[in-house]
Design a protein around this ligand. Structure first.
Ligand code: HEM
Length: 405
């Protein structure tokens, strides 16, 4: 018999608490022991069981991102941060989303990502030249310069802007955490990033080139010249690409390095073999990754005899979904060469699935390989704190000591 979701007796997950962020797994296990696939939270109903997350995404057309509601709840309608949230591709649906996605897709294929590998290696090698001799540093800070450096090179942006961009990206990384205390920083970050993107586009339009050495910005500026995207959309898109690739990559690489301090044999092998690094990155994303996001139900869904009415918010913990022991064999073991890998959901699911995933994968594998060659025997006492589980999760500071090579 079908039961209304609000009438179920469900366990509660206190996802807003730092203790939860520090170790979410026992909380999920305890929740699943009380109900096989649902829990409540301050942020909506949480779908706790990996197969059900996949099943529900077959009804994706009955859900959408909850950005309108988020901006309203934060009292930010009509502000730079609010306009950025409502204008970005994750909030786009139907024809607009298809137009943006079709326009971007050719620049984000595996082949295009592979073409950028040298640029990724150069960025990491330069960083290591200045950081590796120190013998100790905060790994999160060190690795934060990597995705910004890669992205700036990919759009041909001058490097002088990078420190200011980093501050803005740090602020915007907290966008989905629903924390009013960071609103002013997020507003300033959104203003700064959009001004930067606007200036970058204008500068490129003035010298716009075409040919085989076209970078991502050249491609996008050409689409704008043909009328395929407006000025506001392109400014928002460049801003979004910076945001989308920043703390996701940084936080995953920090979580990954933490695991590497626990598995020195795996780490040592990474120094010899970049293809093995790709496996370590995949296993690392299965083990835990960063993105845990919501959807608003727009049409009633009946699933496994539960009625989820329109207006319900569902929370999808993609970053930890493949630690579900009911779905993944030996879920708590870190095994880069596992055969029966249940595909991780670190890049999301469905029509909004990450467009930058091939770039992200290549960047993390190349980065890990060079790090393992220069930073030997990393040791840590553990993270200094944890970022909110909701939105883009991760460690807040990971001091390491190591032997420079
Ligand atoms: C390890 C790094 C990354 C992770 C974990 C990640 C994760 C995600 C996730 C989970 C989504 C889906 C969000 C949703 O459906 O609500 C997404 C979307 C997206 N990501 Fe990534 N991302 C990463 C890196 C990147 C990079 C480097 C870029 C671009 C340079 C990028 C561009 C995008 C874009 C454009 C979308 C929106 C796609 C759409 O709405 O159709 N991401 N990402």
């Amino acid at each position: 018999m079908t039961q209304l979701i609000s009438e179920l007796e469900l366990p509660h997950l206190a996802m807003e608490e730092e203790a939860f962020s520090a170790d979410p797994y026992p909380h999920f296990d305890a929740a699943r022991a009380r109900h096989p696939w649902l829990a409540t939270s301050r942020f909506g109903y949480v779908v706790t069981h990996y197969p059900v997350i996949r099943e529900l995404f077959t009804s994706e057309q009955k859900m959408r991102g909850n950005y309108v509601e988020m901006v309203e709840a934060m009292g930010a309608t009509g502000t730079p941060w609010g306009d950025f949230q409502l204008g970005h591709i994750l909030n786009a649906q139907g024809d607009k989303h298809k137009r943006l996605r079709d326009m971007l897709a050719p620049a984000f294929t595996p082949r295009q990502a592979n073409r950028r590998r040298q640029l990724m290696r150069d960025t990491m090698a330069e960083l290591l030249d200045s950081w590796a001799p120190r013998g100790a540093f905060d790994f999160e800070e060190f690795v934060s310069w990597f995705p910004i450096g890669v992205m700036c090179r990919m759009v041909g942006a001058p490097r002088e802007a990078i420190p200011e961009l980093r501050d803005s990206l740090e602020a915007l990384g907290l966008s989905v955490s629903m924390d009013l205390s960071v609103m002013e920083a997020m507003q300033q970050g959104a203003r700064q990033l959009e001004d930067w993107a606007f200036g970058l586009i204008a500068a490129r339009e003035a010298v716009h080139k075409s040919g085989d050495d076209n970078d991502l910005l050249d491609v996008l500026v050409e689409v704008k010249a043909r009328g395929g995207i407006s000025q506001d959309e392109l400014t928002n898109l460049i801003t979004f690409l910076m945001v989308a690739g920043y703390d996701t990559s940084k936080n995953i690489m920090t979580l990954l390095m933490h695991e590497m301090t626990r598995f020195p044999d795996i780490y040592r092998r990474c120094a010899d073999d970049v293809e093995y690094c790709a496996k370590v990155v995949e296993e690392s994303m299965r083990f835990h990754s960063t993105s845990n996001l919501m959807r608003l139900v727009t049409d009633d869904i009946v699933h496994r005899d539960v009625l989820i009415p329109a207006g319900t918010t569902l929370f999808f913990p993609w970053g930890v979904a493949t630690r579900d022991p009911g779905a993944v064999e030996d879920a708590d073991s870190f095994l880069p060469e596992r055969v029966n890998r249940n595909t991780h959901l670190g890049f999301g699911l469905g029509s909004h699935m990450c467009l930058g995933q091939f770039i992200a994968r290549a960047q993390m594998a190349e980065g890990l390989h060079l790090i393992a060659r220069r930073i030997k025997n990393p040791r840590t006492e553990g993270p200094q704190g944890w970022r909110p589980f909701v939105g883009v999760w991760g460690m807040r500071g990971l001091p390491i000591a190591f032997d420079p090579a």
